[in-house]
Ligand binder design. Structure first.
Ligand SMILES: *Cc1c(COP(=O)(O)O)cnc(C)c1O
Length: 498
């Protein structure tokens, strides 16, 4: 199966090329030439399998230039052994008799859902490179709103033939997230703060990627860029698996009957996670509605309601920082699909976005969008009220991002009365954001450091701080550099010795 660019449908590459390259040379994103299908019978067969076996089946449909043995090694390397708590990468947790289930995607080494993709990506990328650019060293550039950075560093640390550089917004991540990154071990890693927000980091990285002069300079040093952000198809693909797996688990637990529809709620930033759910539906998974939850940066809510995507607005720094994004890159892939693969039209929209910070989609696209997606948003105060309510009612402690999803889902049910069984993507462990979570539970804020707070939160809620976060305060900080948003290229060159 071929992959094509959202800005030039005639540009065709293999899955290995799409993954090794990360982004298309025309600035577009790679999408599958056609979406492979799964029937209810296929889903029935998946129900009897482990997570790793389910992953192998789905990967095989998309990575047609990989051998079965390669795919097995990728899936086992990523999800096997002790990588994920109790050997369960994506367990479902039933919340009382509410009709919704938490799909807990944070049982991996960095306690956020990014591990689901970034434990697999290094394997996919290593094989992809072997098939397409053998002999070259891969330089992974990452812009992170907090969780991707750490998950990518952990996934790629000491992976042969790769080096990784991570940029994060200086004041845009939690203290815990920052410490996770600045204490990262490994001989092939580099981390730098940027004076700016996530959009600045993402723009800077994209510019470095698509700059031909820089690419040439790298080539001369036998280096080649790739991306671990969700613009890389290898990041999205692993995320399709857990939605299908969650459906199987609901069937196995007799919460639904094979063929029933479910709703999916996703706390959304760069639109990667929810787009993976959309691809799962396109494959044949019975999904009724996608509920796209945003924080105060509610550009996606407005877009789903009006068809106007307008970045000319205030940027808010919230307590759900991984969703503090105004330019949701993966929306481009959805628009491409909704437009009937109209590459020229997508190019126009994306240049309008670049030049005027704004575009409006055609009315028939808006209609398609509204048929399947519901958008909603929630501010910090409601986020904390939701954390408290969920804990008091169901003894379930969730993080700030997940709370945004729960609140938007509650609003949706109130407005529609829809009682379809619903899976909420729970995207981070609450101890990644202990200050905001403890404040929600205790009803007051303190000046304590995040480890003191975590300890208190643990006693108060009788929950345990996850092991990977526990020892962070004793680790040495290795990276304390800060750069301007205009000097990111120099940082990369300095690190690479160019
Ligand atoms: C990255 C992230 C999100 C947003 O996911 P997208 O795929 O960018 O939409 C939500 N919650 C958490 C905790 C995250 O780390």
């Amino acid at each position: 199966m071929d992959y094509k660019s959202t800005r030039d449908s005639s540009l065709r590459v293999t899955s290995a090329q799409a993954i090794a390259q990360g982004i298309s040379k025309d600035g577009g994103l790679f999408v599958p030439g056609e979406i492979p299908s799964i029937t209810l019978n296929d889903i029935k067969a998946l129900c009897d399998m482990s997570y790793i076996e389910r992953a192998e089946c789905i990967l095989l449909k998309y990575l047609t230039d990989f051998t079965l043995d390669e795919i097995k090694e990728c899936a086992n390397g990523a999800y096997g052994g002790e990588k994920f708590e109790n050997g369960m990468p994506a367990p479902l947790s039933k919340i009382g008799d509410t009709g919704f289930y938490m799909l807990e995607l944070w049982h991996g080494p960095t306690c956020a859902f990014k591990d689901m993709a970034l434990q697999l990506l290094p394997y996919l990328l290593t094989y992809s490179a072997k098939k397409t650019i053998a002999g070259k060293e891969i330089v992974i550039l990452v812009a992170t709103s907090g969780d991707t950075g750490k998950a990518a560093l952990e996934g790629f640390k000491d992976v042969k033939g790769t080096r990784i550089v991570v940029f994060y917004p200086q004041d845009g991540v939690s203290a815990m997230q920052k410490l996770q990154m600045t204490t990262q071990e490994g001989g092939n890693v580099f981390v730098c703060a940027v004076k700016g927000n996530f959009d600045d980091c993402q723009r800077g990285v994209k510019e470095i990627f698509t700059n031909l002069e820089i690419t040439k300079e790298l080539e001369a040093h036998n280096l080649v860029f790739s991306s671990a952000n969700s613009i890389n198809w290898g990041r999205l693909l692993p995320q399709i698996i857990y939605y299908i797996s969650a459906y199987c688990d609901l069937v196995n637990d007799k919460e639904i009957t094979l063929g029933d529809e479910m709703n999916i709620v996703v706390p959304t930033g760069n639109f990667g996670n929810i787009l993976a759910a959309y691809y799962a539906k396109k494959m044949g998974l019975p999904v009724k509605k996608f509920i796209c939850a945003s924080n105060a940066n509610n550009i996606l809510t407005d877009f789903i309601n009006t068809g106007v995507y307008d970045t000319n607005r205030k940027f808010y720094t919230t307590m759900s920082p991984s969703m503090d994004i105004l330019i949701s890159s993966n929306l481009e892939r959805l628009l491409y699909d909704l437009s009937g693969c109209d590459d020229r039209y997508i190019s126009e929209c994306m240049s309008a976005l670049k030049n005027e910070g704004k575009y409006t989609v055609r009315s028939e696209m808006l209609q398609l969008l509204k048929e399947q997606f519901v958008g909603g948003c929630c501010d910090d105060a409601m986020t904390q009220a939701t954390i408290k309510e969920l804990f008091e009612k169901y003894s379930y402690l969730c993080d700030t991002h997940t709370a945004v999803a729960v609140k938007v889902y509650n609003d949706y049910v109130k407005a529609t009365g829809d009682n379809t069984k619903t899976v909420i993507a729970s995207t981070a462990n609450p101890y990644k954001f202990p200050k905001s979570v403890a404040e929600a539970i205790e009803g007051k804020s303190g000046e304590d450091n995040e480890f003191v707070i975590s300890h208190r939160l643990s006693q108060l809620t009788k929950t345990a701080m996850p092991k990977p976060l526990g020892g962070l305060d004793e680790k040495a900080v290795r990276f304390n550099g800060v750069c301007d948003k205009t000097t990111m290229q120099k940082v990369v060159y300095d690190y690479l010795g160019i």
